[in-house]
Ligand binder design. Structure first.
Ligand code: EPU
Length: 455
């Protein structure tokens, strides 16, 4: 048995997932229904937005995942009262915002990327923000230069100290004219959360426009913000003097929905994902259909299934919205190991997001990683300096193996690979999957997966 790793132990404690390892008997199709709730990549940001208000906010459909617990802990450290009911409704009261003890936030920040988004709200509320070293998945360098440049443009002064980064705003924050070098999700959210209370107007060009960002804009509008999304990735924000609390039901988790869809395809199964919405998944659905998967859009969700016969290979490029999300490639690649022919996946968003394929190769997949990427006449996304490509030859039978979860999405693809493979697999470091997938072992059990959990 693998010892419980420190990362896994911390994350596991936060999701009530006690097990570190899942032992899976694979080779059985997954079949049944799963529910997806609020998107990890919206919920955590909407929680930070509550700091900007002067009255309480209510957020619904919050999933029980470790990242939510990290943000709850951070907000608590800053004096925000967070109360949750069993059904995923969170009430966040910012009436008593105060400075936090560094040790408190440092202990939490190391597990997530979200603390960086506290900068603007803390500068507005307290005139100072201290950001310790950030955590999150190790899928590339993940610099924060766009965030810091944007905050400086608003008038923040950034000092580096041995504790992390200290920001102050001696003259307050003023609207700014910002063009992002790349449509970064986090930097766009940073600008939104900072500009809404800044004095004057902000123009943000080359913004990310992921559905989770549009949902965050909806939250901010409910709070009293004035935000206009223009064509061509331009967002205008007219600063207001105060914001009130919001009441909001979070949009569904597109990444979780796509993960279950790929699991249905890889295991030759049939999964109805309750809560999935076609409009926010159209790019994924096109690829799912090209590979040979079938889906049916229903009023309350989308049913995904393998119709029998051979899957077809595809060439895809990950990209910012409305492209194929970088978080969708890992589960899909498991299905592509079962397609007849050569598939190519160009990862253009992160420079190191194919580490998880090593485990698939160990299980029998034929996957070659090309650092530096591959040119191709059919490519549409501009090549980036740090990109990589994966070439997947299929079909290859997978056989069970002992594998260790490297990151959130890669980890879920390991689960799918173990469920697809014949024989027994032991997947360890499960706590990392609990960072973003709610009750995933219960959901697997409901889909007929055969497994047992070990500490
Ligand atoms: N980048 C910079 N400088 C910056 C910020 C980003 O160079 O200051 C680069 C990154 O290194 C990367 C690219 O820009 O190469 C895109 O990064 P982005 O800022 O868009 O990503 P993020 O905000 O850190 C969010 C999600 C990720 C998701 C990406 C892309 C959250 C908490 N994380 O990350 O989700 O992959 O957007 O859609 O919202 C996940 O859920 O597993 C996950 C990693």
């Amino acid at each position: 048995m693998n010892p419980l790793s420190q990362d896994s132990r911390k994350a596991a404690m936060r999701t009530n997932l006690r097990a570190d390892t899942i032992v899976i008997e694979g080779g059985k199709p997954l079949s049944g229904t799963v529910d997806v709730r609020g998107a990890k990549n919206l919920v955590t940001k909407a929680m930070v937005a509550a700091l900007l208000a002067d009255t309480p906010s209510v957020l619904r459909d919050v999933p029980a995942i470790a990242d939510v617990n990290v943000v709850t802990g951070m907000l608590g450290a800053y004096g925000v009262t967070v109360e949750s009911s069993g059904d995923g409704t969170y009430e966040l009261d910012p009436a008593n915002v105060e400075r936090a003890h560094f040790a408190q936030i440092d202990a939490l920040a190391g597990e997530s990327r979200i603390p960086i988004l506290f900068c603007g709200p803390l500068l507005h509320r307290l005139g100072e923000a201290l950001i310790p070293d950030l955590g999150g998945c190790r899928i590339g360098n993940r610099p924060i230069n766009f965030h810091m440049d944007a905050l400086r443009a608003f008038g923040a002064v950034v000092d580096k100290s041995y504790e992390g980064i200290r920001l102050t705003a001696p003259d307050g924050l003023r609207g700014a004219d910002i063009e992002l070098p790349y449509p970064s999700v986090g930097a766009t959210e940073q600008v939104l959360l900072t500009s809404v209370l800044a004095e004057g107007t902000t123009e943000l060009r080359n913004a990310a426009i992921e559905p989770e960002i549009l949902d965050l804009i909806a939250v901010l509008q409910k709070m009293g913000a004035i935000i206009t999304v223009e064509p061509n990735r331009v967002i205008f924000i007219e600063g207001v003097e105060r914001l009130r609390g919001y009441e909001h039901r979070a949009m569904f988790d597109r990444n979780e929905a796509a993960s279950w869809a790929s699991a249905a395809l890889a295991t030759r199964g049939d999964i109805f994902v309750v809560g999935a919405r076609q409009q926010d998944l159209t790019t994924y659905l096109n690829v799912f259909r090209k590979v040979g998967g079938e889906f049916e859009v229903r009023e309350d969700g989308i049913r995904f299934w393998h119709p029998g016969g051979d899957l077809r290979p595809v060439e895809i490029e990950t990209d910012v919205h409305p492209g194929f999300m970088t978080d969708w490639q890992q589960p899909l690649i498991v299905a592509l190991t079962q397609a007849h022919g050569t598939s190519v996946v160009h990862e253009t968003v992160y420079e190191n997001r194919f580490g998880f394929t090593q485990a698939l190769v160990q299980m029998g997949a034929q996957i070659t990683i090309h650092p530096g990427g591959l040119a191709s006449p059919t490519r549409r996304v501009a090549r980036r300096p740090l990109e990589q490509s994966a070439v997947i030859e299929g079909p290859t039978p997978l056989t069970g193996a002992d594998i260790h979860v490297p990151d959130l999405r890669g980890g879920f693809s390991h689960l799918i690979a173990a469920l697809t493979a014949s024989g027994t697999s032991r997947v360890s470091n499960l706590g990392l999957i609990g960072r973003g997938y709610e009750h995933f072992t219960d959901k697997l059990a409901g889909l007929g997966a055969e497994f047992r959990l070990e500490d």
